[in-house]
Design a binder for this molecule. Structure first.
Ligand code: ADP
Ligand code: MG
Length: 471
């Protein structure tokens, strides 16, 4: 879009920023997006998978991407979709969904060969791709030090200098305060000379269950126990999962026995972990426990300045944010650093299309939306409202029964979960009694189609939406 057009639109839409942003950044430059995929995922994942994705069509709030096979699509959806969407959003904020189309240019037999080839990307490769996903952009260099994270940062660095001296290192703090960033930075620092394993507790469980199903526990145990640096993110996830705790306990002990460094993050201190065996809590607390606290204004300001510089270098563009605007952003963002960066991105996107230095009034307008958004819609809430609406028990709606009076509400709830929350398809599937993400895709498609064809369905969906927004 040309600058003159931008300015016209700007004047027209200055008040309705939400619509404005989505109308503004009209077309996505797919090459740039691909470039950012490469940076985010690393060249191995990029060349094996993401490079092969093409842009078929772009709408205001979603993209249709072309992929070669169904297998390819499922692989991408289950592993990379969230992050891809995050990247895509950094170019065009209004996008909130990605759909895939299988480009059937291959004849059937060719497709079969391709699938077989891909399946040969056996467990080992699969493992490497999934277990060691260190993000090169989350390093010590761009982790900004402040009062709230000083201790956590300095011990994270010390762990890198003296592997196994502080063992385990346990970093705790609320959401969006930099735990994953620190863990990742440690992994990057140590990976050249150690066998680093970096995994979230959730993925640990995923592989654990997969190995049980495939009767392949020997490989699972070997795989995790051979690391010399074992980094596990969000350990609170093991809460209430007995067999997972059992396995984790043994992995932990065996790693400690052979002197591997263990680094753990959690949203709370070891003693406050809910429904976790005492013996595990005491192991977790047995090394060094460090806290990250809520950032003060000074740290937030430094983070913003650094981020602006980073974006300027990355995109080779000049971002003009006045001191006033920066001060305004940090003063207004009350929650955490992830939100702070989200707000900054929004302001930058706005300033890009405006192509001007924004003042505080502009920012107030842009951010009004965010600060007024007090309603949080969760999958739980959607499930409750939908089951109430159709007068069925929640347990029935989540059950495996397939009769229409249960299946339709279930599909509607999945559809709304996709539309109204930021949860990924696999996450939604899991919350519906552990269904597969393909079931969720099917539900979303079905309800999309029905709500176009059937007035009754459209009415139901609208009413449920209003109920959710009113609550
Ligand atoms: P957590 O894992 O604690 O929920 P993350 O590590 O994902 O939080 O951090 C959220 C976002 O904030 C990330 O984009 C991260 O890079 C950024 N961030 C957090 N703390 C800092 C910091 N001190 N300096 C720079 N960026 C930070
Ligand atoms: Mg995290």
């Amino acid at each position: 879009m040309r600058i003159s057009q931008k300015i016209n639109c700007m004047e027209k839409n200055i008040k309705k920023q939400t619509v404005y942003v989505s109308e503004e950044e009209k077309t996505l430059n797919w090459e740039n997006v691909q470039e950012s995929f490469k940076k985010t995922f690393g060249s191995e994942i990029y060349t094996s998978w993401l490079q092969k994705i093409s842009l078929i069509k772009e709408y205001n709030d979603y993209l249709i991407l072309g992929v070669p096979t169904r297998f390819f699509r499922d692989w991408i959806v289950s592993r990379y979709l969230d992050k891809m969407l995050e990247q895509v959003k950094s170019f065009k904020l209004s996008l909130n969904r990605i759909e895939f189309k299988i480009i059937e240019e291959n004849k059937q037999d060719q497709e079969i060969i391709k699938i077989n080839e891909l399946s040969k990307v056996t467990e080992i490769r699969d493992s490497i791709l999934n277990y060691n996903r260190l993000n090169p952009n989350l390093n010590f260099k761009n982790f900004i030090q402040g009062k709230s994270n000083d201790i956590a940062l300095s011990y994270s660095k010390k762990v890198c200098e003296h592997v196994s001296r502080y063992n385990p290192l346990y970093i705790c703090g609320g959401v969006g305060l930099g735990k994953t960033h620190l863990l990742n930075a440690i992994g990057l620092e140590l990976q050249s000379e150690n066998n680093v394993m970096f995994i979230s507790a959730e993925r640990f469980m995923y592989h654990f269950i997969k190995s049980i199903k495939k009767n392949d526990m020997v490989n699972f145990k070997d795989f995790f126990r051979k690391s010399s640096v074992f980094i596990i993110d969000d350990i609170q996830f093991i809460s209430g999962k007995e067999s997972l705790q059992e396995e984790f306990f043994h992995t932990f002990n065996s790693l400690m026995d052979k002197g591997s460094q263990i680094i753990i993050s959690s949203d709370r201190s070891p003693t406050k972990l809910d429904r976790v065996q005492d013996r595990i809590k005491s192991r977790l607390a047995g090394g060094l426990v460090v806290d990250i606290e809520t950032p003060d204004l000074d740290l937030k300001l430094k983070i913003i300045k650094n981020k602006v510089e980073e974006i300027q270098n990355q995109f080779k563009e000049n971002i003009n944010l006045s001191e006033d605007v920066m001060n305004y952003i940090v003063a207004e963002s009350k929650t955490n650093i992830r939100d702070l960066i989200g707000i900054l991105n929004r302001v930058i996107a706005f300033s890009r299309v405006h192509n001007k230095v924004l003042n505080v009034i502009d920012c107030k307008n842009i951010l009004k939306d965010i600060f007024n958004q007090t309603k949080v819609i969760t999958v739980d809430k959607i499930q409750n409202v939908v089951s109430n609406y159709f007068n069925i028990a929640l347990s029935e709606m989540l059950s495996q029964r397939r009769s229409r009076p249960l299946a339709r509400p279930r599909q509607i709830a999945m559809y709304l979960a996709k539309k109204m929350t930021s949860r990924s398809l696999p996450e939604i599937g899991r919350r519906f009694a552990n269904r597969d993400h393909t079931t969720v895709i099917h539900a979303v498609k079905t309800i999309n189609r029905l709500s176009e064809q059937d007035d009754e369905m459209k009415k139901n969906i609208n009413q449920i939406r209003s109920l959710l927004l009113e609550q």
